[in-house]
Design a binder for this molecule. Structure first.
Ligand code: TTP
Length: 410
């Protein structure tokens, strides 16, 4: 069976981290998001087809042409937007067998796919989708079911309990005939949920598998922090491949990659994951749920907590990085501090595609794109974004979002 992964989206809600790359290559717990999708589909498929468009070269560079010995074919999405259009793009690569489809920007585990395949076969279905029960469907379309089959994929019903669609499906090749007939939705996309309703109207058997495991839809920046926390909490082993100097304290689990040096006076409370060839300390404090990538430097008098610091980035002296995401190739000047809590302890709101959204978190720090440099004594307000390639001069208080490639001075 082939596994089709949808990875052509622009990831606009994840700006500035997606300013110059597709969201599926962003690393969480030091691994590109799409690798978790490939890994959890791997037991069920013998070949991957990845649908690409936005910044596709970056994705191809990261994954190359195979995963666990199974070939990957990259297919450019046909003109038009939406998940149905993305799936249609795989048409020539699907023979006459059923195939699995998964969004490339979600996290799910193998058990869900196993159950999906089992339900599809048991029900002799024409299609099957993975669903999960939520108490509040305000942010999801509702999957209405009757017995073992899906009756309808409905609009977002508001704050009511029910099943939501998780973005993992099995289809037979006849889905392409229904995709051809799928109309453009109100938001201007060809959506696979509309295709599924057309299939149900035509009397096709669409089954569902209810998943009880962990799932995350990585649409907004704080979803990366949630997933990072989950992965470190559940999957991390204490393993030191680098060097730990005398006088450093590592409270397990802490993973330290090859070539990394943890210098004296570093105090690290796991779960913490540190990549290869990084320099940590002396005299720093790294608190739980922190991932630090390859070739990073976390230096003297720096505290990092519940954060993601991507490859080649530095917090070298006198920094506080809390509940924050720092892209690749960044450098924080001495005294650059992220604020992660409001005095009134209200939830932090973040501007997403021009609208303020409640992150649901009362602790959220900065969201810093790639290739950003800050000067000394820069203060960043909670939930503020700094666009990739920007330079923030000394003493600046970042209380507004900074667009990409912008120079900000006092
Ligand atoms: P979305 O998260 O709806 O879209 P997106 O990835 O472009 O993100 P944003 O809304 O922030 O801009 O996409 C769901 C999945 O479908 C995701 O895995 C990307 C994929 N997709 C495509 O492959 N092609 C498309 O045209 C669209 C819209 C999404």
């Amino acid at each position: 069976m082939k596994g089709v992964i949808l990875a052509a989206g622009k990831g606009e809600r994840l700006r500035p981290l997606t300013d110059d790359r597709p969201k599926v290559v962003l690393k969480v717990a030091n691994r590109p998001i799409i690798e978790y999708v490939l890994e959890n589909l791997d037991p069920f498929v013998d070949e991957f087809v990845i649908i690409v468009r936005y910044q596709k070269e970056k994705l191809i560079e990261v994954l190359s042409d195979e995963f666990n010995g199974k070939p990957i074919t990259y297919v450019e999405q046909l003109p038009g937007d939406g998940t149905a259009k993305a799936i249609e793009s795989a048409r020539e690569h699907i023979g006459d067998e059923e195939f699995i489809v998964a969004n490339g920007d979600i996290y799910f585990e193998e058990d869900g796919v196993r159950e999906l395949v089992a339900v599809f076969r048991r029900e002799k279905a024409d299609a099957a989708l993975l669903v999960k029960h939520f108490e509040d469907l305000s942010h999801f379309g509702k999957i209405e079911v009757e017995g073992s089959l899906v009756k309808r994929v409905a609009e977002k019903p508001g704050k009511v309990p029910g099943y939501a669609n998780l973005g993992v499906y099995i289809f037979k090749p006849d889905v392409f005939e229904f995709i051809e007939r799928t109309p453009l939705s109100e938001r201007g996309e060809y959506e696979i949920t509309d295709t599924i309703n057309l299939m149900i109207d035509a009397g096709k058997r669409v089954a569902y598998a209810a998943y009880s495991g962990y799932w995350n839809d990585i649409g907004r920046p704080w979803n990366l922090l949630e997933l990072n926390e989950y992965l470190l909490k559940t999957n991390l082993k204490h393993e030191v491949r680098g060097t730990v100097e005398e006088g450093a304290v590592l409270i397990p689990p802490v993973e330290v990659g090859e070539g990394t040096v943890i210098r004296s006076g570093a105090y690290i409370i796991g779960p913490v994951k540190i990549g290869k060839n990084s320099r940590i300390g002396p005299n720093c404090f790294i608190r739980p749920y922190t991932s630090i990538g390859d070739n990073c430097h976390v230096g003297n008098a720096v505290e990092v907590k519940n954060s993601i610091i991507m490859d080649n980035s530095n917090a070298p002296h006198l920094n506080y990085v809390g509940d924050s995401i720092i892209g690749e190739n960044c450098n924080l000047g001495a005294g650059t501090i992220t604020a992660n809590l409001r005095h009134d302890r209200a939830n932090i709101r973040v501007e997403i595609k021009g609208k303020l959204e409640d992150s649901g978190r009362h602790k959220l720090g900065a969201i810093i794109g790639h290739n950003v440099k800050t000067g000394i004594n820069v203060t960043i307000y909670p939930g503020r974004k700094i666009g990739s390639g920007s330079l923030i001069g000394p003493g600046v208080i970042v209380d507004k979002n900074v667009p990409p490639r912008t120079l900000v001075v006092v």
